[in-house]
Design a protein around this ligand. Structure first.
Ligand SMILES: [Ca+2]
Length: 131
């Protein structure tokens, strides 16, 4: 019985770890190449459960005036590598609102204001990343 609960606890623990945002200082893709930034589909009120769902890897120098269609207006959290910056636009072709994210972890794009009343949650349609 004890072993069963230990396994259950560990499963929960692993789920929690997987959802944790990666460290901006060591952000790499699955093959170990340095990333400029990574966007995530989901965010969470609890920061340690943010950076969930599928993710989009962004490399140094990536310039996408049109974000890949599956990612249009979808990112809800993001991490920008150390010494890098990610500029995003709310509309394709570098139109609409613009914001520059410096290195760091942005757990909830909902909390990042856009204009007077808006926010950046599910509203990124283009990006440029540089290190
Ligand atoms: Ca989303």
């Amino acid at each position: 019985m004890k072993a069963v609960s230990a396994v259950l606890l560990c499963a929960l623990c692993l789920t929690g770890l997987q959802a944790q945002c990666p460290d901006p200082a060591t952000l790499k893709d699955s093959s170990g190449a340095k990333l400029c930034a990574r966007m995530f589909e989901d965010s969470n009120y609890y920061y340690d459960q943010s950076c969930g769902g599928s993710y989009l890897d962004i490399y140094p120098g990536d310039d996408f005036p049109l974000i890949p269609p599956a990612w249009n207006n979808r990112a809800s959290s993001l991490v920008v590598s150390k010494f890098c910056s990610l500029t995003v636009w709310s509309r394709g072709k570098k139109q609409g609102k613009k914001r520059k994210f410096s290195s760091g972890t942005y757990y909830q794009l909902k909390e990042v204001g856009q204009g007077l009343f808006g926010n950046w949650n599910n509203d990124i349609s283009g990006y440029y990343c540089v290190c």
